[in-house]
Design a binder for this molecule. Structure first.
Ligand code: KG4
Ligand code: ZN
Length: 362
């Protein structure tokens, strides 16, 4: 892979779900510079259907990506041939949506003879913390909470990921989206619930914390389950409706948001302490949640754990985080990805190193 010792610049594409995004990110010395960051959100369109419609997502990516690339090039003042790598998210996500970024990235790479990096979406989320002014030192624990994932990941050095906890059913963001729907709030549910909860009483309803039983006895201490919580909210709603009372959506939203934040904070701090990790990182769409951020700061402070959060604007999907992750791969001096590599709807973060092998995993 070509290596410019003074500065490296990457063009990054993100199309794994419902945000079409393009960024230009440069590393100068140890400084990350975001030269362009463009996002075309499809949220308004998917909102009509109450969730992401994969076919619509692919079509909208196809329409948006060429314009976003054009805008990002203008904003950054870069021309394509000057990039040190072109990166696009290849896994996990919606296959048809991922293909748009993948094909675009590989085509540009081949046309301009620039190395191609196929990126793991979750590695991008983890890298988003480095877009803030308080990046963590290794080793650290990451709480990754998004629409598709709720995971606790131990990171010991570059690209050395060990998953210690996960959700056994819905991801935290998915729970926000489903509960919002039950409350008659729009998609995406997270921001809608956050606003609605601001004027609600978080202790009005007692909701379950969803522990996961270990068949050998007891519970998995770092795992999550949110489907029972969603059902508990549904039961409350049904009961209130059958009593012909007005739905207290603010109190329900606040109680739900509060219990999700408590569960996430309690289990991640416990995991960090058990693992003797002094640094805790918070990333992913749900990490934009104000109550979660406040609660995490407070409890981490009490337990002398240092918290590092992705800036709110880089919590939800964006290409800047993909660019930052790509710069790390570029800097590691390893291989580029094979131009033959396609996309995959599923792939664990622990398998991300396979994306840079001569024989692509998919
Ligand atoms: O990371 P992300 O943009 O996409 C995935 O990779 O899944 O996360 C999207 C998820 C959605 O479920 C959305 O409801 C949730 O993040 N979310 C929030 C907030 N903003 C977005 N959840 C709670 N509070 C928020 N402020
Ligand atoms: Zn994401």
């Amino acid at each position: 892979m070509r290596y410019n010792p003074i500065a490296q610049t990457v063009l990054a594409l993100e199309t794994s779900c419902d945000e079409s995004a393009v960024a230009v990110v440069r590393l100068e010395g140890s400084k990350i510079k975001l030269l362009a960051n463009r996002i075309a959100s499809q949220v308004a369109e998917h909102s009509k259907w109450g969730g992401v419609v994969p076919e619509i997502a692919s079509r909208r990516h196809l329409e948006a990506i060429p314009f976003l690339i054009d805008e990002a090039l203008k904003e950054s003042g870069q021309s394509i041939e000057t990039f040190d790598a072109i990166a696009s998210t290849v896994t996990p996500g919606l296959s048809g949506a991922l293909l748009v970024g993948s094909v675009t990235g590989r085509t540009l790479s081949r046309l301009y003879d620039i190395p191609y990096l196929g990126m793991h979406h979750l590695e991008g989320h983890l890298a988003s913390v480095r877009l803030g002014d308080n990046p963590p030192d290794y080793p650290y624990l990451v709480l990754l909470v998004s629409g598709g994932h709720t995971e606790l990941i131990r990171v010991d050095s570059d690209f050395e990921f060990h998953r210690l906890g996960r959700s056994h059913d819905d991801a935290a963001g998915e729970a926000f989206d489903k509960v919002a729907r039950l409350l008659g709030l729009p998609y995406p549910g997270g921001p809608a619930i956050q606003i609605c909860a601001q004027t609600g009483n978080p202790s009005r309803f007692s909701l379950p914390k969803g522990r996961v039983s270990n068949p050998k006895g007891g519970f998995y201490p770092y795992d999550f389950s949110f489907s029972g919580l969603k059902t508990a909210v549904l039961r409350q709603i049904e009961k209130i409706k059958s009593d012909q009372r007005k739905l207290p959506i603010h109190d329900l939203a606040a109680s739900f948001e509060n219990v999700v934040a408590e569960v996430l904070v309690e289990r991640s701090i416990r995991c960090a302490l058990d693992q003797d990790l002094k640094n805790l990182v918070l990333v992913g769409g749900v990490a934009a949640n104000t109550r979660l951020r406040q609660m995490m700061r407070q409890m981490a402070f009490e337990k002398s754990v240092s918290v590092h959060m992705a800036p709110t604007e880089f919590c939800t999907d964006n290409a800047a985080m993909i660019g930052v992750a790509a710069l790390s791969r570029l800097l590691s001096g390893g291989n580029a990805s094979s131009i033959e590599m396609g996309v995959s709807a599923r792939c664990s973060l622990e398998e991300a190193n396979f994306l840079y092998m001569k024989k692509p995993p998919f």
